[in-house]
Ligand binder design. Structure first.
Ligand code: SF4
Length: 245
């Protein structure tokens, strides 16, 4: 998945997330990039090698997401797309996996019990939900809350990349294994990814990984580890804010 993800980000002119200890790599642009929904979000009939043209403003991007029918199954089963929510001037970007049933109904990420826990986690480090921007890797709910398929992730990733380009966050907090593995293009388990600061692009945007709140609801003992992650993110952000990064 790494070359494909990189190809999308390169097409966007957006720097990539790169673990600090990652080896250098050469990303080739696979032909499947031509299938990007960003090229033709409604018709799915874009000519081969049509480049993705990022939207220059939030409103246009939101409309493109709402009109997207690139994933046949997802756009047939969704109630609506879930674009993301929050302050478009936020310095914190929270990224999860995909909408669940409640998010699909309400059109907003992280609502319901998991959303309430995420809000509490953010507040614990002094961040009201209104001060951050929250988005998912996928903008449509996978039916039955199954995992996103790789081709769905590949199709939807340009939307997130465009969101990041518009937001220019100072720090990214990734919640959950699938979002973390997708963004870091790795199969490493969450336990090996959390507890450290990854970085995105040049100049580097710090990226910290923690558990998905839905997992924490099922596994309360791991809330202690999530708290350590949040403190790491907060300390990292504080260093940036004070110019000591
Ligand atoms: Fe489009 Fe993303 Fe929804 Fe797929 S998941 S239909 S790419 S908005």
């Amino acid at each position: 998945m790494r070359p494909l993800r990189n190809a999308y980000l390169d097409a966007l002119g957006i720097d990539r997330w790169v673990p600090r200890d990652a080896p250098p790599e050469i990303a080739s642009i696979p032909e499947t990039v031509a299938a990007s929904p960003m090229a033709a979000p409604v018709t799915r009939s874009a000519p081969a090698n049509t480049p993705f043209v990022p939207s220059a403003d939030w409103g246009t991007l939101r409309e493109r997401v709402a009109a997207c029918t690139a994933c046949a199954e997802l756009c047939r089963t969704r109630t609506q797309t879930v674009f993301g929510v929050g302050n478009t001037n936020a310095e914190w970007l929270i990224i999860g996996e995909a909408p669940g049933a409640e998010e699909d109904r309400q059109g907003e990420p992280f609502v319901g019990r998991a959303g309430q826990l995420l809000n509490a986690m953010l507040l614990a480090v002094g961040l009201p939900r209104e001060q951050v921007f929250i988005a998912n890797i996928l903008k449509c709910r996978p039916p039955g809350n199954r995992d996103p398929k790789p081709d769905e992730v590949s199709r939807c990733l340009p939307f997130l990349a465009n969101q990041i380009a518009l937001l220019k966050p100072k720090i990214i907090l990734v919640v959950g294994r699938i979002a973390a593995q997708t963004l870091l293009a790795t199969d490493a388990p969450l336990a090996r990814l959390r507890g450290k600061v990854h970085s995105f692009g040049e100049p580097a945007i710090p990226l910290v990984i923690t558990y998905h709140p839905a997992y924490l609801l099922r596994t309360p003992p791991d809330k202690r580890k999530a708290w350590e992650d949040l403190k790491l993110a907060r300390a990292t952000y504080s260093r940036i804010a004070t110019g000591n990064a």
